[in-house]
Design a protein around this ligand. Structure first.
Ligand code: NAD
Length: 288
């Protein structure tokens, strides 16, 4: 039996539409147009594509988008000063620093990201937002895992009571995913590079999230029959060939539902960023 394919574009369109409606209502009821500032340092071509994509989506939904392009030679102090300026700017509701930063300042990434006002931290990386996520307070949550939860809801897939397994424990995907699934009453196990007998654990999963960055690592024998498989991995195996962390062709025969790569989770991330800009604006206006 072949699995239901969870196409990211269908869910991303729904997430963006709900953001658009909220943006309209912020304009009409409060006279506020949400604003996003994306800081990009240097000329990294992949980062430029991501930033263009974010800008385009902002324009499409009616968010004021500012791209702050800074030279490759920018210092840590230059970035901190720019973030202070954006923190103080009332027209900017969300701030995002596109990663990775150039090699010369990469070591200061954490200090730079932590300078962003937590209420404007639309990537959800600030320790204040991480703490709120863990304690269950309203927070800005990293876009990729938040998008996965939205997708499950929109697809009508129940989380409550399910056995969930996440492969990967990064701050961007694995750890926030743990808290999001746990908050929705799943029983969650997080696996990582030191996990023994990985397949024994993953075979228990009714919801399996692969976020490890290893091309086609998750094979059919690691998947429980009928499981919902969310493939977060994006691995470039040739100049024009992207694959996920899951061996899709084999997994599709055993899973109940599965996201493809490309065309799956990747498309949800930008859509969720737009929702986070709306959430940040509402948090700043103290409205729910
Ligand atoms: P990361 O490198 O920070 O973390 C990878 C995690 O996988 C680590 O916790 C590690 O312990 C675990 N891992 C690695 N090898 C393993 C193994 N053999 N067995 C078990 N666990 C193993 O990566 P990340 O930032 O979380 O990203 C993971 C993947 O998701 C990457 O392919 C990345 O490109 C992709 N990603 C996609 C999106 C999106 O928008 N779809 C967003 C973020 C990340």
């Amino acid at each position: 039996m072949s699995a239901r394919i969870l196409y990211g574009k269908d869910f991303a369109a729904q997430i963006k539409e709900s953001a658009r409606v909220e943006i309209e209502s912020l304009k009409n009821k409060f006279g506020v147009t949400p604003g996003l500032a994306v800081v990009i340092v240097g000329e990294n071509p992949a980062s430029q594509v991501y930033v263009r994509n974010k800008h385009k989506t902002c324009v499409e939904l009616g968010i004021n988008s500012t791209v702050v392009a800074m030279p490759e030679t920018s210092t840590k102090e230059d970035l901190l000063a720019k973030i202070d300026e954006l923190n103080a700017d009332k027209n900017v509701n969300g701030i995002l620093v596109q990663l990775p930063l150039p090699a010369e300042i990469k070591a200061h990434s954490e200090e730079i990201l932590n300078r962003i006002d937590p209420l404007k931290d639309v990537d959800g990386f600030h320790p204040v937002n991480v703490g709120k996520l863990v304690t269950g307070s309203p927070a800005l949550v990293p876009c990729t895992p938040a998008g996965c939860i939205e997708m499950l809801d929109l697809a009508g897939i129940k989380i409550d009571g399910k056995r969930a397994v996440i492969i990967g424990r990064s701050n961007i995907v694995g750890k926030p995913m743990l808290h999001l699934l746990m908050a929705r009453h799943a029983t969650v196990t997080v696996c990582h590079s030191h996990t023994k007998n990985l397949a024994d654990v993953t075979r228990e999963a009714e919801i399996l999230v692969a976020a490890m960055g290893r091309p086609k690592f998750v094979t059919a024998d690691m998947i429980r029959e009928g499981a919902v498989v969310i493939d977060v991995g994006i691995n470039r195996i040739a100049p024009k060939k992207l694959v996920g962390d899951v061996d899709f062709d084999a997994a599709v025969e055993i899973a109940g539902a599965i996201t493809p790569v490309p065309g799956g989770v990747g498309l949800l991330t930008v859509a969720m960023l737009m929702k986070n800009v709306v959430t940040a604006t509402k948090l700043q206006l103290k409205i729910s």
